[in-house]
Design a protein around this ligand. Structure first.
Ligand SMILES: [Zn+2]
Length: 239
């Protein structure tokens, strides 16, 4: 069975646990969820159930019966839903961070993902407190509400030894940057959200592209900063 979104291609209707497994395999292939890191949470359409992947497992091998169904606050397993079939599994370490995005980000997210991609990590080393990109990239249109002439500004917070200890920093960053679709964590990765899982993943694809393009452009400018400059200097709205 297929359903049609207003502005999207037909998408096969599958359960949210099935969708999470499908997306985790994609994210693994993209390098976002390797070495058991990263993850995703999706809310049910009535926002009463938050589905999250288990912690510390190979994300590309997660099965639908491994997915946790939590209450809307991501605080405990949903009372009306079964626990994962494997009793050894634990909820994702990212769960409290997903909860922060659900609670404080606007417009209210329907899905939040966590990426450990190398291009994210590199940006957290190239920038101090904020990632900034104003290269006039067409891909910026992939961010809801943005045109290609807009500057992309995202907060970067410092990492902690335990992922759940990031809660206060991530919350403060979300509240301080209400236009942002993501929070970056130094030497670690990022949290990205969207009003639906489709918006969250397309936003994530656009941001990963922007991260890599920004890094390459900076590296190319540094390499060719002398008279033998080969990178075209393209004028754009934000200099
Ligand atoms: Zn992580």
């Amino acid at each position: 069975m297929m359903r049609h979104n207003k502005s999207d291609v037909a998408v096969a209707t599958i359960s949210i646990p099935d969708r999470i497994c499908e997306l985790l395999r994609c994210f693994y292939t993209l390098g976002w969820c390797t070495a058991s890191g990263g993850g995703i949470s999706i809310l049910s359409s009535d926002r009463s159930i938050a589905y999250v992947a288990p912690s510390g497992v190979q994300k590309e091998r997660v099965q639908p019966t491994d997915i946790f169904a939590l209450d809307a606050a991501c605080a405990a397993p949903h009372s009306d839903m079964p626990l994962p079939s494997n009793p050894v599994l634990k909820m994702s370490e990212c769960t409290p961070l997903f909860a922060e995005a659900y609670r404080f980000a606007l417009p209210a997210p329907g899905a939040v993902l966590h990426s450990h991609a190398l291009e994210v990590l590199m940006c957290t080393r190239l920038f101090q407190r904020e990632f900034r990109s104003s290269e006039g990239l067409e891909m910026v249109k992939g961010l809801p509400g943005f045109s290609n002439e807009d500057e992309v500004v995202l907060p970067i917070v410092e990492n902690t030894p335990v992922e759940s200890e990031l809660v206060g920093r991530v919350r403060a960053a979300i509240l301080a940057y209400p236009q942002a679709h993501a929070v970056l964590v130094r030497n670690h990765g990022c949290y990205i959200w969207g009003t639906t899982w489709e918006k969250a993943t397309t936003t994530a694809e656009a941001l990963h592209y922007i991260f890599e393009a920004t890094e390459r452009l900076r590296a190319s400018r540094a390499l060719h900063s002398g008279p033998a400059r080969t990178l075209l200097s393209i004028p754009h709205a934000h200099g």
